[in-house]
Write a protein that binds this ligand. Structure first.
Ligand code: MRU
Length: 355
């Protein structure tokens, strides 16, 4: 699979996902502002990949701070993090990545500025490596819910392209395929940015996984026809009680699953769970430019230029529609999720869904 984001010598190389599937091209991020721009413009996207990009952005920015004074250095790191934090509001992994880097910077004081820069670089590498391992663990837990011969619907792209590698929702599918199960995937195209059509359909095709692309408004029909056995999606932010923010349209998929008696799974790492929030109503939802709706990729105008639009990039699926949340620590019913924060190891073990 292609690399989504990686260090290449003195810069960060970022796959430009806006250009997929037509072109596989990379942009060179030479400073943290290049990384911030890449996140804002969706060159890199998907909650875990945004977290990794943020960590690499901080390491890049740290390198350019010229001071011997550690307090000045830490203030510089604060300023860089504040800039990166303005890029996208919904995926909590962005803020998780920034906080992690700030903590490491604060803890490296005794090393001095120059060594701390190296430590931050290494930490950003670690964020990516850990993410791949986490996705594989999640995949193993999630694959238990996938029976041989299943057809699975997914929305947006929660695959290798949205993470350090392997994917969350698509990681579950990959793990099931790796176990030798015969799986068919239905990918919603995911208007308006088409992550399903451009990214999910592309990465599954590259991996020889059987994928059928449908438009978003076909999901109900394929379920009604009995063509789908379950849905699995990723998440941008999950609250303590299990409400799930994910790409716009996810809520509709969850309701359709309920109506058709199909399980609706969410696969996400612990870094996507925001234990500080109870209710999904408190998750900030990004609103993007009207052009995304009125014009296909700045090319074909498909609506009057001045028409009023509303373009929320995410929606929130209430916990009652979620069958289970699959994490690297196992799968849990949404009502048990809080235990991962507040519970004892015994309580967590008891709550983990066994099959
Ligand atoms: O706007 P995007 O492309 O960043 O939105 C991505 C999603 O909604 C994904 O489903 C989510 O981040 C999970 S990625 C593993």
């Amino acid at each position: 699979m292609v690399e989504v984001i990686e260090w290449k010598g003195d810069h960060v190389s970022m796959l430009d996902q806006r250009r997929l599937p037509v072109e596989v091209t990379y942009v060179e991020c030479r400073n943290y502002l290049d990384v911030a721009y890449g996140i804002k413009e969706l060159k890199v996207r998907g909650a875990p990949a945004i977290g990794i990009a943020a960590a690499m952005g901080v390491a890049l920015g740290a390198r350019d701070i010229t001071t011997d004074n550690y307090d000045t250095f830490l203030q510089g790191i604060e300023d860089i993090c504040a800039q990166l934090a303005t890029t996208r509001p919904t995926a909590v992994n962005l803020f998780w990545g920034l906080e992690r880097m700030k903590r490491v910077a604060a803890a490296s004081r005794s090393l001095g500025v120059e060594k701390a820069k190296q430590v931050l670089y290494e930490e950003s590498q670690r964020v990516k490596e850990e993410d791949i391992a986490i996705n594989k663990a999640m995949g193993r837990y999630g694959a238990r819910f996938v029976k041989d011969g299943y057809s699975i619907l997914t929305h947006c792209n929660a695959g290798a392209l949205a993470t350090g590698g392997y994917g969350t929702a698509l990681g579950v599918i990959r793990a099931a395929v790796d176990e030798g199960k015969k799986i068919k995937v239905y990918a919603d195209e995911t208007r308006p940015v088409l992550q399903g059509a451009r990214l999910t359909a592309w990465e599954l095709t590259e991996d020889n996984i059987d994928v059928t692309l449908i438009t978003d408004n076909m999901a109900g029909y394929v379920m009604k026809k009995g063509m789908v056995h379950m849905a699995v999606v990723g998440a941008d932010r999950i609250t303590k009680r299990g409400d799930v923010a994910n790409k716009i349209g996810t809520y509709s998929v969850a309701i359709l699953c309920k109506e058709h008696g199909l399980p609706f799974y969410v696969a996400a790492p612990l870094s996507t769970i925001d234990f500080s929030l109870e209710s999904g109503d408190d998750i900030p939802i990004e609103e993007r430019d009207s052009e995304e709706i009125t014009c296909v990729f700045g090319k074909a105008q498909i609506a009057p230029v001045d028409v009023k639009t509303f373009n929320p990039a995410f929606d929130v699926t209430p916990a009652r529609y979620v069958t289970a949340i699959i994490t690297e620590k196992g799968a849990f019913r949404p009502e048990d999720l809080y235990l991962l924060h507040d519970g004892t190891p015994e309580q967590i073990e008891a709550a983990r869904i066994k099959d």
